[in-house]
Structure formats: C-alpha cells, structure tokens
Design a protein around this ligand. Sequence first.
Ligand code: PLP
Length: 440
Amino acid sequence: MSGDLTRRRLLGAASSGLLMAKTAQPAGSEQPAISGGSPVRTVSFPGWPVIAENEERAWMKVLRGGKWNRLDGDSAREFEDTWARALGAKHCLATANGTSALIISLGALGIGPGDEVIVPPYTFVATVNAVLMHYAIPVFVDTDPDTLQIDARKIEAAITPRTRCILPVHLGGSPADMDAILEIGRKHKLPVIEDACQAHLAEWRHRKVSTLGALGCFSFQASKNLNSGEGGAILTNDSDLYRVCQSFHNNGRGDTGSGFGYVRNGANLRITEFQAVLLTEQFKRVEEQSRRREQNAAYLTAQLSEIPGIHPARMYPGATRNAYHLYMLRYQREGFANLPRSQFLKALEAEGIPCSSGYTPLNKEPFLKNTFDSRGYRAIYPAKQLDGWLERNQCPVNDQLCEEAVWFTQTMLLGPRSDMDQIAEAVRKIHRHAPALAKS
Ligand SMILES: *Cc1c(COP(=O)(O)O)cnc(C)c1O
C-alpha cells in the first residue's frame, strides 16, 4: 500500500535480524552500549506522520478549489461529521488547535474571574493555560501514582464555593477515573470538561472518552495520534453548549457564517480547510494504528513488569481502551542498584531506545507566580488568595512521580512486535549491568 508501510516492514526485518545477532553472542561478554558495547538496536523507530497518496490528493483538491476557509468550503464539516460519528457524539466542532478547544469550552461554560477549576499537575501546560486565559484559578489535585492520572479520591477535598468546573486529563491516552469524577461532578453540580488531547479513540466502559463529560477536547498537533500539524476539536452531546462553542469560536457571531451579527464576545479560533482535509485522510489509519499500539503496549507491559524497579502505568478497571499517546512507567532506582534515573535514561538511549523523563511539576512552575502577580490577577483577587496559592496546591505524590517517570512515544509502538522485544531487552540489559553502571 503506502511507501511508509513498506518501509516499516523493512525496518521490522532489519530489527529481527539484529535480535538474532544479539542472541548469538556468548552470554557474559556483553557490555552496555554506554560503556562501549554494541547497542541492542541500531535502526530508528517508525516515522511520524504517515503520509501517502490519499493525503496528497485531498490536499491538492482543497488547494486548487480555492476555498481554504471553512466558511466557504465543506472539508471542516466533513471531518466534524466523521469524528463525531467515530466517537458516538452528537456534535463535533473542529478548532484551530487543542488549546483553543479548551479555551472555547471553558468560555462556553462561562468560566471567568473569581472561578476555580480543578486540574491535574501531571499534564501539558496548555490544560492550565486555558484556565488562566479566562483569569480563573487552577486548583491542582495530586496524581494517582499507579495510573499517573488525576487522583479522583482527592478531588472532593479541593472543591470550594468558588469551584466551577472539573478538568481531568486522560494523560498519555489512558482514561482518568471517570466513574468517580462524573459522580463528584453530579453531586456538586460541576460540569466536567475532558482534556482528551492525548486520548484519541480511548474508551471508558466501552464509551469513547470526550463524550462522557459536558465537553471533551482533542488536539491534532503534530505529535498527537491524529495529526494535522495543528488542529483541535470539541465533542459534546449538549446542543446548547455546542451552539455557544460554535459562536465563541467564530468571533461571537450569532449564526454559523461570516456576517456581522454578534451575540457574545469571542475569537476567531476556526480550523482551516487544509487542516480538516488532512484529518479526514489521516483518520482512515487511526483505528488500525491504535490497535497496533494497544497490542504492542500489552506485550511490552508483560515483559517490563517482570523487571524489578520498573512499574508500567496501570489502567483503571473501567478503562476499556488506552490510546497510548505515551507509554509511561515509573523507574525506581532501588531496583537498579540505585542507578539514578538520568543515568538509566542515558544508558537506554545508548542502547538505541529513545526515552524521556516526562513532565516537571506544573504546580511549581515559576510562570504561575508571575501570572498571579500580574496586574489583571491582582485587580481581581484578594492578595491573600493569590499569595497562599502555592501552599494550598502542593502535590507531593506528583513531585515524586516527576522524579521517577520514564516515557516512550506513541510512534515507538507502531512497529513490529520485535521492537518491543528490543525495548524490553535494553531495559533488562541495563538492569543486569546496573551495579557496575551505578559505580561508574
Ligand atoms: C497537546 C495537548 C494540549 C494542547 O493542544 P495543542 O493542539 O497543542 O494546542 C492540551 N492538553 C494536553 C494534555 C495535550 O497533550
């Protein structure tokens, strides 16, 4: 089919050949690559994005048609129908990006100055920036160390009379504990916005995430599992909320067109026809890619779980599908003769396995203090509320997690199963040599 698939098959063949070469080596003679030995893997993982003729054809059609704006063309509407149907939602509104999807959603719920929004500290900064764009206060609830998601057991304690919304993130594509979160939302009459920016096709009890709360937000930024360079979407089953989102993202117009009738404040946060047509084409591969990631991740987890000190992120029992935007685990150095995480990551990179240490604690980011010190925030909030904010937003479990986390990216799960064998073998190899590596 596509050149990319052929390339992937070749990569697969190359990597399994390498594995055989490895096992042929006499036991005991190996050295970690970081100490001058030969690496477990010498070829790269599958590339991203996948591009084929269908993208080219569709893109050129929009280009030549000259209708590049969604108010003139049909491509945005077509993608919205496709994505809404795939997720089982009544409405989908495509947006400029995931950040704007969050900003629009909060705006549609009337979140503004004086309001508090409950967020996790283990997320991309955009989750929190969207709250700050409305001059509301993010209230951080600590992380569940087993799943790396917001700890739903700690949400109720964070609710105050000023709380207006709960904004959980399905981080890495693994669903947050939606039974608990939705129940708290119902009990306290708080709408839930799902940040599903990393969770394309993920499911909670066989329902797609983003359709469970009042509104759900996606990102189609270049790294995401469905990608148009930049792009986003809001999903909702609430027709009134949908209309407000539509209006807000179209400069506050009262209708869906380009006239001059304004009914609220808003902004231009529309998607382009180019982004939309790419999404419609990329969408055709999403199911198959997601299945492959899931199968590879399950296989990898079975192997990694056997290694002392390696704890792959668990899923809640209600999570029936994980999008695996990230493959996340906790690295506990005690299992590796006290080898620091930074050294483990370097050793793993040297074995040909790209990896990262993930997020740093978002609640401790200095930019938050700067924001709260700004003229706007000082005009809205009493000094006592802003100055005591950091003490009230401590997340010790998350702090610890940020010292332990290790991530692999979603593209590493798109190749053959033998790629997983190599990832696991690289980790085992470092584990075998950890005492020596820790001393060096
Ligand atoms: C990517 C991402 C966003 C923001 O999406 P953009 O399209 O980059 O604006 C928001 N939240 C999370 C969790 C994300 O991963």
